[in-house]
Structure formats: structure tokens, C-alpha cells
Ligand binder design. Structure first.
Ligand code: SAH
Length: 236
């Protein structure tokens, strides 16, 4: 796959001028030269194989040669809600969920989680999504939902989604959830903070039809739990 560049602009066949950090990256870091192939994407579900025409000091002139629409999305909507772990672990979680094809990540504030303003900054989370999308070939960006408390998240308008939350003391193992490959119903998954969900949060979830599942006898880091659930649901 040629080097992928994200642009926050409409794209079409023909000439295109790249500027800003992506142009700098292309010219100075990747040292691409006229004639080299690159691939542009803007999150519209398509990708745009292109050729470098001219490299100037602050901008790079490209020619978009093709418009392709490879199928790289899951065939159903998958939302994952979780508190954002601090630092590198937060970045890791966002990257892996993007790679797994998750449609939306909903950042949560739970009773036992502290919201770290720096970690929850939307622009920072979106940057991680773009970097992961460049690497994994995804042409639709994982959406970042609004930061919400667990109570507000549970009280959101009802959808027809299958709602599953991970809880170490749940009776049901994940494998007992009845969903098959043919099922195309939207799925919502939720994971609690390192301190766990409180009894009230668990009761509230159950009142709203969320199903509690266990992921085995060991306590997983919240990002491990979220990624495990997403993999199990995606069933590639
Ligand atoms: N001490 C906490 C552990 C929290 S781990 C407790 O006992 O609940 C962080 C989150 O990861 C949990 O809220 C849960 O959603 C998920 N998780 C971790 N290990 C799990 C397991 N074995 N089964 C189900 N969920 C798990």
C-alpha cells in the first residue's frame, strides 16, 4: 500500500495541493519526489491513489489518478463506551478500536473514574484515529462521541442496539450471548473504569436492558476488556 495521507477536504480526480503538516511529512520526512505514488483519504469511505507532481517549500502538488471504494468497514454499527485510560494506554485503546473497525467510541465518566481533561481532548483523540486509519487502511474515521457520565449515556434515546457491558462478576460468559454472523443489528459495548462500575451503575445499566458479561476469571485492564469485546463481536 502506498503511503497514506489524510486531508480534511473534498477530493476528486485531477490536481490537488497538499499543505500544512501532511505536506511537510510527505516532502521532508518521507522524502517523496515527483513521480512517487501516494494515497489520499478524507474519511468519506473512498481512497484516492495519487502521484506526486511537484514538491515546493510549503506545499506539494499531486495528481489524483483514481477514486476507489474498498470495503473495509464492519457490516453493522459497533459502538464502544469506556473511560479513557491515562497517557499511552488511552492512545493504545483508540488505535486498536480504530483498527478493529469500531464505528464510534463514546468516552465515559463513571463514579470511580477521574476524567483527565488532557486525555479526553477531542482533537487529541481524533489525531490518534487518523494515525491509526493511515496505518490500517481505513477510509471511514471512527467517530468520537461526547464525553458523558454513565447515567447520561444509559439514559440516551433508545436504539435497537444489542447492549452488552463487561463486569467481572457477571454470571453470563461472553460466549453465551446469542449473536450470529448473520446478525446485522447495531451493537453497543461498555467497559468500566479501573475501580469498576458501582452497584448503582450496574443496576442502572440492567434497568436499561444492558446485558452483563464476564470475560473470564482474571481482572483485565479496561483497554484489554474493550478490545476483547470488540474482537469477539466483530467475528471476522
Ligand atoms: N476492580 C474492578 C475491576 C475493574 S477492571 C471490578 O472488580 O469491577 C475495568 C473494567 O474492565 C471493568 O469495569 C469491566 O468492565 C472490565 N473487566 C475487566 N476484567 C473483566 C472480566 N474478567 N470480566 C468482565 N469484565 C472485565
Amino acid at each position: 500500500m502506498s503511503e497514506r495521507y489524510y486531508v480534511n477536504l473534498p477530493l476528486a480526480l485531477g490536481p490537488f495541493t497538499l499543505d500544512g503538516p501532511e505536506a511537510h511529512h510527505l516532502a521532508t520526512v518521507c522524502r517523496l519526489r515527483p513521480g512517487d505514488a501516494v494515497c489520499l483519504f478524507n474519511g468519506d469511505g473512498r481512497e484516492y491513489p495519487s502521484r506526486v507532481v511537484h514538491v515546493a517549500r510549503r506545499e506539494v502538488h499531486l495528481e489524483v489518478l483514481e477514486v476507489c471504494q474498498p470495503l473495509r468497514e464492519l457490516p453493522f454499527s459497533l459502538e464502544v463506551a469506556a473511560p479513557i485510560p491515562k497517557g499511552d494506554r488511552g492512545q493504545f485503546l483508540i488505535e486498536k478500536l480504530t483498527e478493529l473497525g469500531v464505528t464510534t467510541f463514546a468516552p465515559l465518566i463513571c463514579e470511580r473514574s477521574n476524567a483527565h481533561p488532557r486525555e479526553t481532548r477531542r482533537d487529541k483523540l481524533e489525531r490518534h484515529v487518523i494515525e491509526a486509519s493511515k496505518q490500517c487502511g481505513r477510509n471511514v474515521l471512527m467517530q468520537i462521541g461526547e464525553l458523558a457520565t454513565w447515567a447520561d449515556y444509559c439514559n440516551r434515546e433508545k436504539t435497537d442496539a444489542l447492549c452488552i457491558f463487561a463486569h467481572p462478576e457477571a454470571d453470563a460468559a461472553f460466549s453465551t450471548i446469542p449473536f450470529g454472523k448473520s446478525e446485522r443489528r447495531p451493537v453497543q459495548l461498555a467497559v468500566g473504569p479501573e475501580g469498576g462500575f458501582t452497584d448503582e451503575e450496574i443496576a442502572l445499566a440492567q434497568q436499561h436492558g444492558w446485558i452483563a458479561v464476564s470475560l473470564g476469571p482474571r481482572i483485565l485492564r479496561l483497554e484489554t476488556a474493550a478490545i476483547t469485546l470488540a474482537i469477539a463481536v466483530a467475528q471476522f
